[in-house]
Write a protein that binds this ligand. Structure first.
Ligand SMILES: NC(=O)c1ccc[n+]([C@@H]2O[C@H](COP(=O)([O-])OP(=O)(O)OC[C@H]3O[C@@H](n4cnc5c(N)ncnc54)[C@H](O)[C@@H]3O)[C@@H](O)[C@H]2O)c1
Length: 343
């Protein structure tokens, strides 16, 4: 298949592209490049790509594309709360527009990167795909809106697939430090302390970036009837852990001191997730990475590539990176890039 991956220069996209290529597909990227040079370790290989903002996509960009994996977004809850209007404009309006253009252009499958954040404050019970969606941030709300509108676009020729990914972890050459495991391991390496700025009780299901990539590959290759207009939680029940449990693993693996401040955190998200639907529908998919294995991988990558405090807090933290690009005028206030040659 000829597959367009939007957001291919992001944290997940950089892991996904080689997975699709190894499976025999050709990849066309599409990305505005907000984090293109935020790399830890060797530079990833470039792929043919369209350097543009999602809001500017035109029908010609989609010529010859069989399927789309749509990752490009303002990704994660704090970032979405910084500028809710931009979050809706990019994550919701531009995503639905892309799907409509894709349907008109004859693209047959549209695999969408949604999130388990759509469940919001769900409590102790395991939530499956039929559970009510209770988004508590503009980011999660934008994902719910897209899911709803994509389902309406499904027809005999166009198959949307909604992948509700758990919070990602693990090494990607385009690293992110603002997701819980990556963040805790970074603090452990840089300061010798694993610090949880809450009482650690919220549930945070996690899934490795490589497992998310496998889920997308499987969803692209599955028979239409197995995935047509369906939502799937992506992850594994073994990785339904509280923030405190995640931090304990990190402390054990890195040898850092564990500190749980016990403050009440400002983030109401808490959900434990059932992942049986994806296992039944996509039998060749399993989320294989455990939290301890992921913590070990990150520890090795951080120490082996000389992670610095500055990079950790700035280049690899989305909010800080975008603020810097805006302040220097590299991107406009609406986040449209101002560079003439894409990075
Ligand atoms: N990382 C996670 O924990 C996680 C969990 C669940 C779902 N997701 C979803 O997966 C997708 C990818 O996440 P990620 O962690 O790789 O995010 P990321 O921030 O690392 O990458 C997003 C990419 O999209 C691009 N992008 C953003 N706005 C754009 C625009 N207007 N036009 C063109 N390109 C634009 C950025 O340049 C970047 O390369 C997102 O949709 C996210 O919501 C991520």
């Amino acid at each position: 298949m000829h597959i367009m991956v939007t957001g291919h220069l992001g944290y997940l996209g950089t892991v996904l592209v080689p997975v699709l290529q190894r499976a025999g597909h050709t990849v066309l990227g599409l990305d505005s490049g907000l984090f293109a040079d935020c790399v830890l370790g060797p530079q990833p290989e470039a792929v043919p790509a369209i350097a543009t903002d999602l809001r500017e996509v035109c029908p010609a960009d989609l010529a010859g594309v069989d399927a789309i994996v749509h990752l490009a977004a303002l990704s994660n809850d704090p970032l979405g709360s910084l500028a809710p209007d931009l979050t809706y404009a990019i994550n919701h309006v531009a995503s639905v527009r892309l799907a409509r253009l894709a349907r008109e252009a004859g693209v047959r499958r549209f695999c969408y990167a949604s999130t388990c954040s759509v469940y919001g404050a769900a409590g102790e019970e395991l939530v499956d795909e039929r559970a009510p969606m209770r988004p508590v941030t503009p980011y999660a709300e934008s994902k719910v809106r897209v899911e709803d509108e994509l389902a309406e676009l499904a027809d005999a020729e166009f198959t949307p697939v909604l992948l509700r990914n758990a919070t990602a972890f693990g090494f990607s050459p385009r690293l992110r430090a603002d997701i819980v495991l990556n963040n805790l391991v970074g603090h452990a390496v840089l300061s010798g302390v694993v610090k949880v700025l809450s009482d650690g009780t919220p549930w945070r299901p996690l899934v490795h970036a490589a497992d998310i990539a496998e889920a997308f590959r499987a969803a692209l290759e599955a028979p239409r009837e197995a995935v047509h207009a369906r939502a799937f939680n992506v992850g594994t029940e073994e990785n339904n852990l509280t923030v405190a449990q995640i931090a304990e693993h990190v402390a054990e693996i890195t040898g850092a001191r564990l500190e749980i401040t016990g403050e009440s955190g400002g983030d109401p998200r808490s959900y434990r997730v059932d992942f049986s639907t994806i296992r039944a529908a996509l039998p060749d998919f399993r989320a294989r990475w455990s939290i301890p294995d992921g913590a070990r991988e990150l520890y090795t990558a951080y120490t082996g590539n000389g992670l610095t405090e500055w990079d950790f807090r700035n280049r690899f933290t989305r909010l800080a990176r975008l603020s810097e690009l805006r302040e220097t005028g590299a991107i406009a206030p609406d986040l449209r890039p101002q560079w003439t040659v894409a990075p």
